[in-house]
Design a protein around this ligand. Structure first.
Ligand code: ADP
Length: 565
């Protein structure tokens, strides 16, 4: 129980004590006075009886010897006939309350007041002396209160002490009872408050009273169970959150009020929205209008929607929305199909391109064979020319097929690792183009100190071959091709030519499969549009990088970095 409540009870007890003491005191005083009053009345009655035989004044005088009492004899009007205090005292006392009461017909008059004659507080009792029913005289007898009140006060003190003691004992017992009655509340309340504040902590009440043992034990068990349940709940919630964040699927939950309750990391990434806080209107985090419309369409009557949509940031998402009747929440699940759709498109384009590229030399071969069979074979000169063209087409087909095969290689294949000499490898590649170099009168310049590179030759050689081949092919007659290489955690190789160059807008596209800047011209030069796509794929497989610096009409520099394996 709070201190304030105890104080309240204490104040009430003190007030009750003071009140009851006042009452007892008054009652006691009244009792004392009425006792003395009865005593004085009996004396007065005795004097009246004696006055029948003797003079009242003489008896009175005899009577008050050795006593403080005062007897006054008054006539029927209240005038003094005789007073034991001062026998010569005269005057009227008809206005004194005790005398007045008798004169007005009371059988007895009484008052406690200061005597103007004696200057003391006196208890007065006045009785009428009647003859034939009429007041003939009045006898008044008085006693100073100091004769009995001090003694009564002593007694009162004794009573006060006993009474106080009784009250103290009573108060202690009462407060103790209150404390005992409130003890479980006082003990349990803070424990319950702690349980609410830290539900994962286990609280224990040390039992001090057998009376409440069962209650305390129940609270202890409750706290233990609650902490276990909460811990299990927190653990599973953590697991669920981790799982949701690890999922490759986007997940979000919207409450009945339209507030976003949960959005996992994948969903945030898919929508390119990273809400700092949950529990806000979902439109603050989900801004894609198509998705918002979809969410609004989900109602208890249409609890399931499944659609594929393309977001503003060009992502293709397969969205499923489900309405839960019990919780009135909407669960959204999203699969990112962007890559799959891209690959599907790439595959489609690739097949289209391959068939187109294959069709050209095959059509040419069929055309020439038919012409030869139709009789052209009989002319030796035409035969040679046609066969040369057919050989070129066949080589072209072979090159194309080789490159398609190269492109179909993937990172999963375990290519062998070897240590090769960089300069030797590059000169071997150049040796294959000696004839073209001579025909175009090209100069090949070398810069760099050779070193041993540990790499996968099956990937390394096609990279260098394609870059050198392009530099030779796209150089004009008499120009120079510069090969520079250096060792920097691997190989940094740059192949520079001073040929036609590549426009800025084409530079990102040249790595796409079958992309050729000038289709007609490059096809004539034997280009397939696959070389740089192979280079890019293989560099990625080796964990390297490629950079192109080119200006139209000035030339191009392809710089590759191939890390040590
Ligand atoms: P291709 O077999 O046609 O050379 P690539 O994939 O090797 O195919 O190159 C793609 C396109 O990039 C080429 O068609 C050509 O237009 C351009 N290109 C590549 N290398 C160079 C270069 N060194 N100079 C100018 N253009 C180049």
């Amino acid at each position: 129980m709070k201190k304030r409540a105890y104080l309240g009870w204490l104040t009430l007890l003190v007030c009750l004590f003071i009140g009851s003491w006042q009452f007892i005191q008054n009652f006691y005083d009244q009792q004392v006075l009425s006792q003395h009053e009865t005593f004085l009345q009996q004396k007065a009655e005795l004097l009246i009886r004696l006055s029948q035989d003797y003079s009242l004044d003489t008896i009175a005088e005899q009577y008050i010897v050795n006593s403080d009492e005062r007897v006054t004899h008054l006539n029927e009007k209240g005038d003094i006939l005789f007073d034991t205090y001062n026998p010569s005292l005269t005057g009227t006392r008809s206005q004194r309350p005790e005398v007045k009461a008798v004169l007005q017909g009371s059988s007895k008059g009484r008052s406690v007041r200061m005597s103007p004659t004696l200057h003391k507080e006196l208890l007065y009792v006045a009785l009428p002396i009647k003859k034939e029913g009429k007041i003939t005289e009045i006898i008044r007898i008085a006693e100073p209160t100091e004769n009995f009140l001090p003694n009564a006060a002593k007694m009162k003190h004794a009573i006060f002490f006993v009474y106080s003691f009784f009250w103290i004992v009573l108060s202690v017992i009462l407060l103790q009872v209150l404390r005992r009655r409130n003890h479980p509340i006082e003990t349990i309340l803070p424990v319950l408050q702690k349980m609410i504040a830290q539900p994962d902590h286990k609280e224990t009440i040390i039992q001090s009273s057998s009376q409440w043992e069962e209650l305390y034990q129940s609270v202890n068990t409750l706290s233990e169970q609650m902490s276990l349940t909460y811990q299990a709940y927190s653990a599973s919630e953590k697991q669920l959150h981790t799982l949701l964040n690890e999922l490759m699927i986007g997940v979000f939950i919207i409450s009945e009020e339209g507030h976003l309750l949960l959005m996992n990391a994948t969903m945030q990434e898919q929508l390119n929205s990273f809400p700092q806080k949950m529990q806000y209107p979902f439109t603050e985090s989900i801004t894609d209008t198509q998705l918002i419309q979809m969410i609004y369409q989900v109602t208890p009557t249409q609890p399931f929607i499944h659609e594929e949509l393309t977001t503003t940031n060009e992502r293709v998402l397969d969205i499923t929305l489900r309405y839960f009747t019990e919780s009135k929440q909407i669960l959204g699940v999203s699969y990112d199909l962007t890559r799959i759709r891209q690959l599907e498109k790439l595959q489609k384009d690739f097949v289209g391109n391959v068939s187109h590229e294959l069709k050209t030399p095959v059509t040419s071969l069929i055309g020439f064979t038919e012409t030869l069979l139709d009789g052209a074979k009989d002319d030796p000169e035409t035969l040679t020319t046609f066969l040369e063209i057919m050989q070129k087409d066949a080589y072209r087909l072979q090159g194309l097929i080789q490159e398609i095969i190269q492109l179909s290689k993937n990172a999963a294949i375990d290519y062998s690792i070897q240590t090769i000499d960089v300069a030797t490898s590059l000169s071997q590649i150049i040796a294959n183009y000696q004839q073209t170099i001579q025909e175009k009168q090209l100069t090949i310049e070398w810069h760099g100190e050779t070193f041993a590179l540990t790499t996968k030759p099956e990937l390394f050689f096609p990279i260098c071959k394609n870059l050198i081949e392009n530099a030779i092919n796209y150089s004009l007659s008499g120009q120079t091709v510069i090969l520079s290489f250096e060792e920097k955690n691997g190989l940094v190789l740059s192949v520079q030519d001073f040929g036609m160059g590549i426009a800025k807008e084409e530079q990102t596209r040249i790595f796409e499969r079958f992309y050729r800047v000038d289709k007609a011209r490059t096809r004539n030069s034997g280009g397939t549009g696959l070389g740089l796509a192979i280079v890019k794929d293989y560099i990625d497989m080796l964990g390297g990088s490629i950079h192109v610096e080119s200006h139209l009409g000035v030339g191009s520099t392809f710089t590759v970095f191939i890390p040590m394996n």
